[in-house]
Design a protein around this ligand. Sequence first.
Ligand SMILES: C[S@@+](CC[C@H](N)C(=O)[O-])C[C@H]1O[C@@H](n2cnc3c(N)ncnc32)[C@H](O)[C@@H]1O
Length: 318
Amino acid sequence: MMAKSARNKTIDFDLDHAPAGVLEQMLTAGDDLTSRDAVLDHSINGDSFKILPQLPDGFADLALIDPPYNLDKRYDGLKFKHLNDHDYQTYTQRWIDLVKPKLKPTASIYVFADWQTSIAIAPILAQNFTIKNRITWQREKGRGAKTNWKNGMEDIWFLTQDDKEYTFNVDQVKQRRQVIAPYRENGKAKDWQESAAGRFRDTMPSNFWDDISIPYWSMAENTGHPTQKPEKLLAKVILASSNPGDVILDPFAGAGSSLVTAKKLNRHFVGVEQSKLYTAWGIYRLQLADQDKTIQGYADGVFWERNTGALQRRISKK
Ligand SMILES: C[S@@+](CC[C@H](N)C(=O)[O-])C[C@H]1O[C@@H](n2cnc3c(N)ncnc32)[C@H](O)[C@@H]1O
């Protein structure tokens, strides 16, 4: 096996080499999962279709749902097979029927999908929730295609249980942008701030997210999971649609990205993941979050544009 470069921070231990405490903290179907106290701030290893019915009802303020997209994909040896649209809709309705009883009446739900999966699930989501928005996340990476446009985006559906009563903290998800053409009125900066480190403006967040890259090998959050979501992306969702102390449910938790981000932002969480290995990586990341609560790309209460690391560091020091 090739040795990893010193800058490669990827978490990819195997189960025989799990760090101390990781396997001991993992819950499974055999544990008592029926009370809020038993499951709060835990990662459960098992099949969500079997675990969800065991969980207490009405505990979640926010559900983050990142299921297998409708593609052939292997997750730690377990294969998800592409379904026809009708069957993927049936699969979607199955998890909705199990997730919905776990939600508070004021809960929000975010569902991740690629554009093809989105076409199939949109009517099902509309039948079960209020659709508030469809966010486009522009990913940097994507596989090139010779006979089609390369896919460089994903959909994130923002849904609520109630049309009017739900949490949305717009001031907590502002984006800090460098000002290219600073405008002054009567000699004073208009809607931007001047600092020795540069000029910037905190802008209202839109439904087009072009400031978040996928995790890569030199980032502390990176794991061996094939479709891991970035903490910066989950931080936006969690800050906008929950409050400190709220509970976040993730029934397809993968390497625990949403759980770790929830912990870093002082929210509670309950995660379910079918792969024991991915669950272990997630629990290890939760352990690391005891020491380090930083989220790359989010600092001083604002989200930063891509490639502004140097500016970020200068402003953060002031
Ligand atoms: C798209 S990935 C989620 C990645 C996750 N958001 C992250 O950042 O690591 C989907 C995950 O769902 C898991 N999964 C698929 N079917 C499942 C089921 N029935 N119960 C629990 N987990 C499941 C897969 O193993 C995979 O890790």
